[in-house]
Write a protein that binds this ligand. Structure first.
Ligand code: ACO
Ligand code: AKG
Length: 382
C-alpha cells in the first residue's frame, strides 16, 4: 500500500505506559513473565520501564536485560543526563528521550521556551550518541504542537544522530484524518528520519489513530496489551496487529494465537480484568445468540465472524437466549445429545424467551433440559 512502510515495528509499552495506569504496579516476576511472552510472540521492541524511578525499577529492567530476549529493550527518560546514565547502568542500549513539545506544556509545565527545548535536545543527543545508544526522541504532546516546530526538532534530531522521532497524541485528542495529515506532513518534511506513533484512547480512537499514523508512513507504533495505559489507555496491541492484518493486509509475523493468554496475564498482573466484550481478546466476542446470526454461523462461521476465534486463542460460543431462533436451539440441543425437529424447536422458543426474560440471562444446559422434559410431558398429557 502506498506510503506504508514495508517494515513496521511494534514497540509495546505495556511495561512502561501500561504500568503508568493509575494504581497499577507490576512485580519484577510479572514484568519478566510479560516480557518473555511478548518476546516469544515476536514483538520486536519493548519499552520496559523508567530507570529514573529508582532501585526497584532498575532491578526489574536489569532482570529483563539479563533474559537476553530477541526484542530490543528501550527505556523512557527525561531528556536529562542523569536519566540516561541510570538507563545505561541498567544495561539497555536504546533510550527514549522525552521533551514536551507543545507551547502549552513548554510554558506551563516545564516553565521554559522553545529555545530551551532545542538546546536540551541537542545536549542530550550529544551525550546519548557519545555513549553509543539507539535513540528515539519522544515528542510529548506532539498533537498540540505546531508542525513547523516539530519539523525543526526532527531536523535537529536527525543532525545529532537520533534514530527516530516519536509523535505522541499524549491527550488522545486527534481523529484519524488529522493524524494521517500530520504524520504525512512530518514524513514529507524530514523523510530521512523514522517516525513512531504513540496514541491514547481518551476519545476511543487510539487504535484508529495508530493505524492512520502507519498509513501515513510511520514505521514504529506503540501498543499495550489490553490497551492498558494512562487514563483511557493506549492503542491495544491485539487490535493494532489484527487491524494491520485484516484491514490493511499487513502480516507482521506475530504469534496472534497467544493474544488471549497474554491478555489474561496482563489483566491479572494489572488487576484490571478484561471486559468480556473487549475487541479481539474479550472472552465473549465470539458469542452468538441472535437467531439469524446463529443460523448463519452454523452454516458457515465466516457469515458472522471477521476472523477465526482460534487465530487469537479464543473459542466460539452459541448461546440460547431471548433472541434465539430454531436453528440455534436445535444446534444447542444437538450438542447436548438431543435430536429435535424444527417444528418442535419453534414451539419451544416461546418458553425459551419467557425463561430468558424472567431470569434476565441466557439459558444453561440445565434450563434447556428442564424445558425439554416439561414440553414432552405437556405433549403426552395433551
Ligand atoms: C506522557 C508521559 O507518560 S511521560 C512519562 C511520565 N512518567 C512518569 O512520570 C512516571 C515516572 N516518574 C517519576 O518517577 C518521577 O516523576 C520522576 C523521577 C521522573 C521525576 O520525579 P521528581 O523529580 O520528583 O519530579 P516530579 O515528578 O514532581 O516532576 C516534575 C518536574 O519534572 C519536570 N519535567 C517534566 N517533564 C520533563 C521532561 N520531559 N524533561 C525534563 N523535565 C521534565 C517538570 O518541569 C518538573 O520540574 P520543576 O519542578 O522544576 O518544574
Ligand atoms: O515519549 C514521550 O515523550 C512520552 C510518551 C507518552 O507516554 C505520551 O506522550 O503519552
Amino acid at each position: 500500500m502506498e506510503g506504508i512502510s514495508s517494515s513496521i515495528i511494534i514497540d509495546d509499552t505495556t511495561l512502561r505506559d501500561g504500568e503508568q495506569t493509575a494504581g497499577v504496579v507490576f512485580s519484577k516476576k510479572e514484568k519478566i513473565a510479560i516480557a518473555t511472552m511478548l518476546d516469544a510472540m515476536g514483538i520486536q521492541e519493548l519499552e520496559c520501564g523508567i530507570p529514573a524511578m529508582g532501585k526497584d525499577e532498575q532491578a526489574s529492567i536489569r532482570a529483563l536485560v539479563d533474559l537476553g530476549l530477541n526484542a530490543r529493550l528501550i527505556t523512557w527518560n527525561r531528556a536529562v543526563r542523569e536519566d540516561i546514565e541510570a538507563s545505561i547502568a541498567c544495561g539497555v542500549k536504546a533510550v527514549d528521550i522525552s521533551l514536551s513539545v507543545s507551547d502549552i506544556m513548554i510554558a506551563h509545565k516545564l516553565g521554559k521556551n522553545r529555545e530551551w527545548v532545542k538546546d536540551q535536545l541537542k545536549r542530550t543527543l550529544e551525550f546519548c550518541k557519545k555513549k553509543g545508544l539507539y535513540v528515539s526522541v519522544g515528542g510529548e504532546d506532539s498533537s498540540r504542537a505546531e508542525i513547523p516546530f516539530l519539523l525543526e526538532l526532527m531536523s535537529i534530531a536527525l543532525e545529532f544522530g537520533a534514530d527516530r522521532f516519536r509523535y505522541c497524541d499524549t491527550l488522545g485528542i486527534l481523529d484519524p484524518f488529522t493524524m494521517f495529515d500530520n504524520i504525512a506532513a512530518l514524513r514529507r518534511g524530514v523523510p530521512e528520519l523514522d517516525l513512531e506513533v504513540h496514541t491514547h484512547n481518551d476519545l476511543g480512537m487510539a487504535t484508529a489513530n495508530a493505524i492512520a499514523g502507519i498509513r501515513a508512513g510511520a514505521r514504529f507504533v506503540n501498543t499495550t496489551v489490553n490497551g492498558l495505559g494512562e487514563r483511557a489507555g493506549n492503542a491495544a496491541l491485539e487490535e493494532v496487529v489484527m487491524a494491520l492484518k485484516l484491514a490493511l493486509g499487513i502480516e507482521l509475523g506475530i504469534e496472534t494465537r497467544q493474544f488471549h493468554q497474554i491478555s489474561k496475564l496482563v489483566g491479572s498482573a494489572s488487576r484490571r480484568p478484561v471486559p468480556p466484550w473487549k475487541a479481539v481478546v474479550g472472552e465473549r466476542v465470539f458469542s452468538h445468540e441472535s437467531g439469524l446470526h446463529t443460523d448463519g454461523v452454523i452454516k458457515d462461521p465466516a457469515n458472522y465472524e471477521g476472523f477465526d476465534p482460534e487465530e487469537v486463542g479464543l473459542r466460539r460460543h452459541l448461546v440460547v437466549g431471548k433472541h434465539s431462533g430454531a436453528s440455534g436451539l436445535m444446534e444447542r440441543y444437538r450438542s447436548m445429545g438431543i435430536h429435535m425437529e424444527r417444528e418442535e424447536a419453534k414451539m419451544l422458543l416461546c418458553r425459551v424467551r419467557s425463561t430468558a426474560q424472567r431470569n434476565k440471562q441466557a439459558l444453561s444446559d440445565k434450563d434447556l433440559s428442564r424445558l425439554y422434559l416439561d414440553n414432552k410431558a405437556d405433549n403426552w398429557a395433551a
